[in-house]
Each structure stands twice: as C-alpha cells, then as structure tokens.
Write a protein that binds this ligand. Structure first.
Ligand SMILES: [Zn+2]
Length: 79
C-alpha cells in the first residue's frame, strides 16, 4: 500500500522527510503520519538513529563557550 487518503504517497512523503526535519517542523504531526503506519515506523527509526548518533558523537555539540558567545551577542543585539 503506497496510497492513503491524502494526495501524498509514501515515496513523496519520504522524499520530503529530510526537508521537513531540517525545517524544524513537528514532523510527527504531519497528516501523512496520521494515516500511514509504515512512515510512522520509519520516522521512529530515524529518531532512534539520530538519538544514537548524538550519544556516539557528543563532540558535534558546540562547546559551552560557543553558546556563551552567542548569548552575549544576542544581549548586545537587544540593547
Ligand atoms: Zn507512508
């Protein structure tokens, strides 16, 4: 089954998935996921992988001093 009630099929949804995630949208509330168990499972897998990656490569997180720079830059901006 590749079609659901919406006009978006699984291939279309999955093609747009990286874009949706990158845009910071709440992908889990996407209408396609309300009707498609397959893509819900896929998204759950992706989230598991992303979570595992964060634990395996914590060094990709910016160090604290980077955040301090950002914070002070924002504070200056607001004056
Ligand atoms: Zn689907």
């Amino acid at each position: 089954m590749t079609r659901n009630g919406n006009n978006l099929n699984c291939a279309d949804f999955q093609a747009r998935l990286p874009e949706l995630i990158a845009s910071g949208e709440d992908v889990s509330s996407h209408p396609h996921l309300q009707t498609c168990e397959l893509c819900r499972a896929l998204l759950a897998d992706l989230e598991t992988i992303a979570e595992a990656a964060r634990q395996l490569f914590p060094s990709v997180e910016p160090p604290d001093e980077v955040w301090e720079h950002i914070e002070s830059a924002i504070k200056k901006e607001k004056k």
